[in-house]
Design a protein around this ligand. Sequence first.
Ligand code: SF4
Ligand code: SF4
Length: 534
Amino acid sequence: MTRTLHRFHGGIHLPDQKALSLGRPLRQAALPSELVLPLQQHIGAAAQPLVAVGERVLEGQMVARPEGFVSAPVHAPTSGTVIAIEARPVPHPSGLSALAIVLQPDGEGRTVEYQPHSDWSALDPSTLRNLIRDAGIVGLGGAGFPTAVKLNPGPHTAVETLILNGAECEPYITCDQWLMQERPEEIISGALIMRHALQAQECLIGIEDNKPAAIAALRSEVARRGLTEAIEVVEVPTRYPMGGEKQLIKVLTGKEVPTQGLPIAVGVVCHNVATAASVHRAVELGEPLIRRIVTVTGHGAAQPGNFEVPLGIPMGELLAQAGGTTAGFSRLIMGGPMMGITVEQPQAPVIKTANCLLAVTDDELERRAPVRPCIRCGSCAEACPVSLLPQQLYWYAKSKEFDRAQDYNLFDCIECGCCAFVCPSNLPLVQYYRYAKTEIWAQEREKRASDQARRRHEYRVAREERERLEKEARAKKKAAALAEGESDDKKAAIQAAIERAKAKKAQANATPPATDPPAEQPAGEGAAPAEEKH
Ligand code: SF4
Ligand code: SF4
């Protein structure tokens, strides 16, 4: 039976540039002289180092542990020596540096002893999630959310549908397409493990119809394993941004994920196909996330193609292994042309979420037309896949009316760039949205910090007042005890004096004075004896 598909609002058709990187077979990237492993390659808290400078490590060894529930560990991609733990340039829109473990490979490829779990179907979901968490798996489609957290919907939440996202709608990127075509068994195996962990009723794999070879390969693998009842590979129209989580869910199930809500609110969990393959490697082979497939492409790259790379390889080094840059090269982007970020420093490393290095030429992406005022044509609202009002968001972001921008659901914006793409005035709309979000986050951080400082001050004042009152109470108590002790002593002394007086009196009454003669004694008796006369 053919599945009924739905439409999402807006979206655009983009010129296809995928052929650029599909002409060559997969290449294995050579090990660089150093691997840079940022402690934060995921959404959530940064990992904490487990190694020290000078320590020798093995491939697959955990070198940083997760910090808290929403976090992910980091593993050594090869054996070698830790030569630094310091701030290094990282691929981030801010262009700032971040703490990283720097590993010098020894070329020996010595690994920890991996522990495969081929019998994973006998494991309970919680044990599976722990294996996936310990392997450092995060969403490889670009989001970087820790996979184990997404596989934990909560004890009373039923998951109806697990969706594997194979849309890969950005025009240049082909790493997922290559994986689906060449390693479908890894994706299907990962899908089964994820479905078991979620206890999901059904599993759908959504792939845009411009990737017929990937669709055929996955369908063939599903049929080979006799899984047609368990997993459905669904062909969806090619329309950007089909790979957006909410858009793919809408198309496959007809369900609308609520504003600022998560897919689980409508009984759906969505993972990328490459994430599924890494789950397979983590569980069935025992191998943590230490490498990934990256598309190196664009007219600025001399030999575009897909590479399997160790995490931490500097982007400039990877670009050099792809033949370096062409004469017209202008800038390097991590991700696709629509949602990627410009890489300011080529020594920034490939991290878990880096699916593409796009080397563009001067005239490849840059729109040369001048920026003009908004003419309120409404094209941006028609194109927005989230049904926002991009011109209003632009206006409020520009005038720094951030509260109003939030009223217009700024944080529902997925920064897909559809609005800017269709804007006849060439307004850099997404840059304004990113600026507004960054300002709001900064203000919230400041507010949290000042609230915390105020709470700390109030607590200190209350503690000091409490201590003062306690001290006063103790002093009063002591004084009262002393006073009571003194009066007891006095009472005792008076009582003792009374007792002594009584005793004296009693003694006086009992003993007659020596001067009184006894009544019956004859007169003359008791007188002094007379002197003897000679
Ligand atoms: S598309 Fe551009 S010019 Fe038209 S309303 Fe939106 S922001 Fe204004
Ligand atoms: S970038 Fe944001 S506002 Fe613009 S079309 Fe995409 S979701 Fe809508």
